[in-house]
Design a protein around this ligand. Structure first.
Ligand SMILES: *[C@@H]1O[C@H](CO)[C@@H](O)[C@H](O)[C@H]1NC(C)=O
Ligand SMILES: *[C@@H]1O[C@H](CO)[C@@H](O)[C@H](O)[C@H]1NC(C)=O
Ligand SMILES: *[C@@H]1O[C@H](CO)[C@@H](O)[C@H](O)[C@H]1NC(C)=O
Ligand SMILES: *[C@@H]1O[C@H](CO)[C@@H](O)[C@H](O)[C@H]1NC(C)=O
Length: 296
């Protein structure tokens, strides 16, 4: 998945305009009905694909105009992905309110039904983002007769988790593909009949909350997204140690030493502690011997 350029947006837009079902009704279908049925029953995203979906969302979210001060980095969520899969299996784009989830109280949805083979998941996500051209940030409104709710969900600042699915659908002998993404917490909230602004305008990361005070920057340093701050020590301890983030040192469980607590020792230091990288004891004052058991 390459970087998103204005040209690609334009291509996608043109492609989608050409996708009028009307035109495609005349498309030649070479597969037999049995082939189609078989195709329609196999689908699902592979790991590489969902990593690309999250990366694309984060890239687009970090590039909104005007710039966002409180946009959160998104993460993949398997439970959301299975809810999206449940919806996709219905092959309807209007299914949302029937799904029930005890874990998630408010889920946002984006979906698209396209003729099979004309657009990738990445194209669909770009087309949702493209709706942003009709969204006027200053008034918080979509231009008249335009659709913006896929865009506003995609760039909803507090939506931090995403799960998506696609599915081939057989409808009246033609093969379609449905794309569904579930977002949590869901966006597109309204207050007094008006859409709440999807994000706060300002310098990147300037309004991240304290628990999300980290600023995730993409490799090309365009934009920034709020995330849980990275471990400032830039290290982690082994299974037998705990990182002290103020000293950036590992505190090892009994019987372990080493910078990362990776060294298992057979001796014990009864009244003392191990030297940093080896299993020999430094005894407390008043003790001696290999395991610091001798009173001096
Ligand atoms: C969704 O739309 C289809 C046709 O457009 C309709 O048959 C179906 O009942 C709708 N489902 C819901 C849940 O509204
Ligand atoms: C949704 O879940 C709640 C509680 O888990 C249940 O009471 C309700 O009947 C469910 N609704 C549907 C449409 O399944
Ligand atoms: C919006 O759609 C309505 C009905 O189709 C039409 O009368 C109106 O002129 C449209 N407005 C704009 C700004 O395109
Ligand atoms: C972490 O290291 C600091 C500085 O060395 C020390 O004062 C503090 O007690 C340590 N905290 C824990 C939980 O060991």
């Amino acid at each position: 998945m390459g970087s998103v350029t204005a040209f690609q947006f334009w291509d996608v837009f043109v492609v989608l305009l050409l996708l009028d079902p009307f035109i495609l009704a005349n498309q030649m279908i070479r597969d037999t009905p049995a082939d189609l049925q078989k195709k329609a029953s196999t689908s699902g995203l592979r790991v590489k694909e969902f990593l690309q979906i999250v990366a694309q969302h984060n890239r687009l979210r970090s590039r909104v105009k005007p710039t966002a001060a409180n946009m959160r980095k998104m993460e993949w969520d398997e439970q959301l992905a299975s809810l999206a899969k449940e919806w996709a299996a219905s092959c309807h784009t209007n299914h949302s309110h029937q799904l029930n989830s005890s874990t998630f109280t408010h889920i946002g949805w984006n979906s698209r039904l396209n003729p099979h083979g004309v657009a990738s998941f990445s194209d669909v996500i770009d087309s949702w983002f493209e709706e942003g051209k009709d969204f006027v940030y200053s008034s918080g409104q979509c231009r008249q007769n335009a659709t913006c709710q896929h865009y506003t969900q995609l760039v909803w600042a507090t939506s931090s988790h995403i799960g998506c699915a696609n599915q081939l659908c057989l409808k009246e002998g033609n093969l379609w593909e449905i794309y569904v993404c579930a977002y949590y917490p869901g966006g597109n909230w309204e207050a007094n009949g008006r859409l709440v602004t999807p994000y706060k305008q300002g310098v990147y990361c300037s309004l991240c909350t304290s628990s999300m005070s980290g600023c995730y920057r993409l490799w090309d340093h365009v934009g920034g997204l709020c995330e849980i701050p990275r471990n400032p020590c830039r290290m982690s301890c082994g299974h037998h140690g705990h990182l002290n983030v103020s000293s950036c040192k590992c505190k090892c469980d009994a019987g372990f030493t080493g910078r990362f607590c990776q060294v298992r020792c057979s001796v014990r230091c009864v009244h003392g502690h191990f030297k940093e990288e080896e299993c020999s004891c430094l005894c407390d004052v008043g003790y001696g011997g290999a395991e610091c058991t001798a009173v001096m």
